[in-house]
Design a protein around this ligand. Structure first.
Ligand code: SAH
Ligand code: SF4
Length: 382
């Protein structure tokens, strides 16, 4: 069976090289080809000896998935449908912004939780993605974009699936993506979003040094039971306790995601209850415009309602932004990922070939983990 190197940590790759009777520095060379120089294949690793390259080529699986479709939105957001070895597809989105570029990766093909406002939730759960498949979404997008001079600075685990239901692979993938000798996405540039899988949050907090986003959507159990069905298992009190126990580093905050649905969770009273529920938790609130999809049983809150909601939160001293929809015209917006069921064939006009000069960068401000954010109010302290 061929080895999928993109699922190896650097320490494991070093061990493998030693097992092969190679010097440990070989691991660093290969690592750097895959993650810093973004080589798509062994043939590109020209400073390795021919016999070593031949052995690598014979034993390892391809380093990249293949793209089945690629769409670019009018606002610059891009969406790829990538094929795994077994024919399963994963969706990956890139969202450019003035001073950052974010890759939104999937952790599962489908999702086993059926949040009724989310299109992914209407799909059958196919399977967990492997660590290699998660990592390759990042290398694929970074290489594609570097060829066009576009940088990837942030990674969010906010694509298809519930990352905490695939915690082992996600933990491994995160350590590979963060490795300073490779992709080097720093902990402040990496965000994991969960619907609130409370019984995995303690372990996640211990093993993952990333920003945490929690999909809240209501602070009333009766409403959240409907919107986020996992609430029936882990209610708001349990979620609050788990959020308080999350290890926030430095000036970190928990990001709460709240999709505004007309007449469901968008009243002024909802906003006031949200403020009091958050009291005592260092928080930032991301208000999401609802992205409709065919057959969705909700409508987006009117703009004025969203602004009123935001004002109440921001007047309480909390940091809050309205996250405008991005990439909706190509089905790439939050909650629109549908496993490519309505995608046209791949657009080959956009180049996907990797260059060799992509270097990670760490210059952007990271207050908001997601692009398109509009900051309403920044706290003066804490
Ligand atoms: N399963 C995880 C991560 C993937 S969903 C989670 O639920 O957090 C990523 C984000 O998109 C979540 O905050 C989710 O609530 C939001 N979302 C899902 N469907 C949406 C839609 N139709 N419009 C806007 N946001 C949506
Ligand atoms: Fe799954 Fe998240 Fe969509 Fe809910 S919102 S169905 S948890 S992907």
């Amino acid at each position: 069976m061929s080895l999928r190197l993109t699922g190896f940590t650097r320490a494991e790759l070093t061990e493998l090289m030693v097992q092969w009777g190679e010097k440990p520095y070989r691991a660093q060379q290969v690592w750097s080809w895959i993650y810093a120089k973004l080589a798509a294949s062994v043939e590109e690793m020209t400073d390795l000896s021919k016999p070593f390259r031949a052995r690598l080529a014979g034993e390892i699986a391809p380093l990249r998935p293949t793209a089945i479709s690629h769409r670019i939105s009018e606002d610059g957001t891009e969406k790829w449908l990538l094929a795994c070895d077994d024919g399963i597809t994963m969706e990956t989105v890139f969202i450019p912004d003035t001073n950052r570029g974010t890759v939104c990766v999937s952790s599962q093909a489908g999702c086993s939780l059926a949040c009724p406002f989310c299109r992914t939730g209407t799909l059958p759960m196919r399977r967990n993605l492997t660590a290699a498949e998660i990592v390759e979404q990042v290398t694929f997008v970074r290489a594609s974009l570097a060829a066009r001079g576009i940088r990837v600075t942030n990674v969010v685990l906010m694509g298809m699936g519930e990352p905490l239901y695939n915690l082992e692979a996600v933990t491994r993938a995160v350590s590979i993506i963060m490795d300073g000798n490779g992709l080097a996405i720093g902990c402040r540039k990496l965000t994991l979003s969960t619907s609130g899988v409370v019984n995995r949050m303690e372990e996640a907090g211990r093993n993952l040094n990333v920003n945490l986003a929690i999909s809240l959507h209501s602070v009333r159990d009766a409403v959240r039971d409907q919107l986020v069905p996992i609430n029936r298992k882990f209610n708001l009190a349990a979620l609050r306790k788990a959020a308080l126990a999350w290890p926030l580093r430095g000036r970190g905050r928990v990001t709460w995601e709240y999709v505004l649905l007309e007449g469901i969770n968008d009243s002024e009273q909802d906003a006031r209850e949200l403020v009091s529920w958050l009291r005592g938790i260092p928080s930032k609130v991301n208000l999401l415009a609802f992205n409709p999809w065919p057959g969705a049983p909700y409508t987006p809150s009117p703009r004025e309602q969203m602004l009123r909601f935001q004002e109440i939160i921001s007047n309480s001293g909390l940091v809050t932004i309205i996250r405008d929809s991005r990439g909706a015209d190509v089905g790439a917006a939050c909650g629109q990922l549908a496993g490519g069921t309505d995608d046209p064939p791949i657009d080959r006009t956009a180049p996907d070939e990797p260059p060799h000069d992509a270097s990670p960068s760490d210059k952007t401000d990271d207050l908001a983990p997601y692009p398109g954010d509009r900051l309403a109010h920044e706290e003066s302290s804490g």
